[in-house]
Design a protein around this ligand. Structure first.
Ligand SMILES: NC(=O)c1ccc[n+]([C@@H]2O[C@H](COP(=O)([O-])OP(=O)(O)OC[C@H]3O[C@@H](n4cnc5c(N)ncnc54)[C@H](OP(=O)(O)O)[C@@H]3O)[C@@H](O)[C@H]2O)c1
Length: 328
């Protein structure tokens, strides 16, 4: 089976690429910058130029491809890219996939998009889900929550750098996952006929309140966090004021997203056609993935802090050596 992976340079995409190669798949990546994607080539990927905002570049990338794994999304720092990448670009991609008679299209969406319909990215994701479901292309849609990898920038680095961390309600819970584990589910779905034409809500096994994530980072960093709290009422006002901005370029969508997911157990299983309506443990059973196979947030953070502290020690050691050399 030959795979076309979009978003291979991204947080989730690179994990999917790595595991696909390990499993022996022939992997092609659609990339818009060969220099940035050079590490993928070194791993053994075939790179092809493509850009979701340039429809004519898409069909040639699909020649000889069996399945598409689309882990691309707009970069928050690129103006107007939400419309051109997450909406128009995905429409071009679905059309090209139809023509190329792709056997499986894997798409990553967000959880709770029905409740987030006023926010541009979830709104667009929801429309793309519908387009894909009605396209007659065999699909698997994963609705994801947050990634462990994003918690580094959100909590660990601000704590280490003594910068403020903005949080909303103390009872905000998210079942974060490591992108390595999401990649395992994604690739396994290609081998599981049961997952064809299914919308799967994929969660980690533990719900984390922001306060618990902060506490864990504080313990590992040996430093206290400077936590700033935003009351829900202010959050609503801010969401209304900033509501017209695009996802990622402002705080409004993040705040609104936070607000929606703030009740424990409030994870929504879609009622869309094709929705698996499976509970988390049933999803794990379907994929034959044991809870012990899943990377725990504590272990992920521990490894990060150990690597970081080692790096800092090495830098200190190099500095001392340099100073010694100067004195001698
Ligand atoms: N991050 C989360 O917490 C989260 C939560 C739930 C769901 N998801 C979903 O999971 C998927 C992966 O997210 P991620 O955080 O791993 O993404 P990411 O790190 O932001 O990476 C985005 C990828 O999309 C590519 N891309 C951007 N514009 C493009 C264009 N015009 N043409 C082709 N490729 C383009 C980027 O390429 P360049 O390197 O060239 O920019 C990059 O490889 C997305 O569908 C996202 O919505 C993410």
């Amino acid at each position: 089976m030959s795979l076309l992976i979009l978003g291979g340079t991204g947080t989730l995409g690179r994990q999917i690429v790595l595991q696909a190669l390990t499993k022996g798949y022939k992997v092609r990546c659609l990339v818009r910058n060969f220099r940035k994607a050079n590490f993928l080539k070194e791993w053994g990927v075939e790179l092809v130029y493509g850009d979701l905002t340039k429809p004519e570049t898409i069909p040639p990338c699909l020649k000889g491809i069996t399945a598409i794994i689309d882990a691309s999304t707009s970069r928050p720092d690129e103006l107007d890219s939400l419309k051109s990448v997450d909406w128009e670009g995905k429409l071009y991609l679905i059309e090209a996939a139809k023509v190329a008679k792709i056997k499986r299209f894997i798409f990553f969406s967000l959880q709770n998009i029905e409740q987030l319909s006023k926010i541009p990215l979830p709104k667009v994701k929801s429309k793309i889900e519908h387009k894909l479901i009605n396209s007659n292309i065999p699909y698997t849609i994963f609705r994801l929550s947050g990634f462990y990898q994003n918690l580094i920038g959100q909590y660990a680095i601000p704590i280490l750098e003594n910068l403020p961390i903005w949080v909303t309600d103390e009872n905000m819970y998210v079942a974060y996952m490591d992108t390595q584990d999401i990649a395992i589910f994604c690739l396994r779905s290609l081998q599981l006929p049961k997952t064809k034409n299914q919308l799967i809500v994929l969660d980690g096994l533990k719900l984390w309140a922001s306060s618990a994530v902060i506490k864990l980072c504080e313990q590992l960093a040996g430093q206290s966090a400077k936590v700033q709290r935003i009351p829900s009422i202010l959050l609503n006002i801010l969401t209304n004021i900033f509501g017209f901005f695009e996802w990622g370029q402002n705080i409004s969508e993040r705040l609104a997203f936070t607000q929606i997911i703030s009740n424990e157990g409030d994870f929504n299983v879609s009622s869309l056609k094709g929705s698996s309506n499976l509970l988390t443990n049933e999803v794990y059973e379907t994929f034959k993935i044991e809870s012990s196979d899943i990377i725990q947030l504590e272990d992920y953070f521990l490894e990060y802090f150990i690597r970081l502290l080692k790096r800092l020690r090495d830098i200190n050691f190099e500095d001392v050596q340099k100073q010694r050399n100067l004195i001698l």
